[in-house]
Design a protein around this ligand. Sequence first.
Ligand code: GH3
Ligand code: MG
Ligand code: MG
Ligand code: MG
Length: 319
Amino acid sequence: MDEYINTGLIIEDINDPFLILNNDIDKVLIIDDAMDNRTLLSELLMPNHKVFLAKDGAQGLSLACKHTPDLILLDVVMPGMNGHQVIKSLKSDESTFNIPVIFVSSKISPEDEKIGLDLGAVDYITKPFHPPIVQARVRNHLRGQRHKNLLEQLALIDSLTEIYNRRFYELDIKKVWSACNRNETQLSIAMIDIDFFKSYNDEYGHLNGDNALRVVANHIKKQLKRPHDIIARYGGEEFAVILPHTDAESAQRLLSEVCTSVEDLQIAHDSSSISHYLTISVGGASTIPTRDMDHESFLKIVDEHLYQAKAQGRNKVCW
Ligand code: GH3
Ligand code: MG
Ligand code: MG
Ligand code: MG
């Protein structure tokens, strides 16, 4: 059972739906071997934060991995792992690398402070600390961290459709490609292109074109039910879909449903030569990634299939 103090709300775990709904409550992890310090610091941070307490480095690392706090207050002198070893371990793990760490230490010389900052701490507070200063520094670092997180998220979102952008696609496909290679599981990728979209813009104007892009993108996103299925805006009126752990048969079935359901939206497109409504064409391919192939070469096959779908009359899926 983790040692933690909650903020008067019954919150047992990060997976608790309450926390997901209330993810604006910042989580602070305090790692200090002295119970007095843990108590004092946690009292300072309540009731505005959810506070986790660890009495040594090992417990601190395990809580950091499990709960990914927004900020860590870390003691330096502790039996077992000391604070320097703890921060090195945090910085070497991808899941905890970005969590800001503030040292709260009785080692007060400028040299000690420099070592702490060189190890990657965002701040260094000396003991005995002044409570209002601790509160103010915690607040400022949490604000900075929120800002940074928000910017990172925005950098991966397409501003028009509000789905992921190509940058996200490039990052995600690399991870998924190597994960499917490692686990020897099937991966399916589809490229979706709106049919006769130039003439849609010509007929209805660019603003209506923008709106149609938004509607189609979010409609397709809703059809992808599994958490690891991703749609990203790849370019103008093209969308990439990544379906990890999905074989050709299931992927093709899903994309066929998507294709039909877009036409069923009945977005009028009078200048389309194949339907009264806006339609899409889809090219896709499935594989178990190997070391001999990279995802860029695989995407060329997907693109060829999209080209075939266009050549064979559009509003269809080629796999
Ligand atoms: P095809 O069926 O062969 O795909 O024909 P198409 O007209 O869709 O293909 P083409 O590549 O010639 O035209 C794509 C059009 O998509 C041209 C461009 O004006 C439009 N487009 C791309 N990005 C946007 C956007 O952000 N907003 C709007 N309104 N239109 C866009
Ligand atoms: Mg100590
Ligand atoms: Mg296109
Ligand atoms: Mg097109």
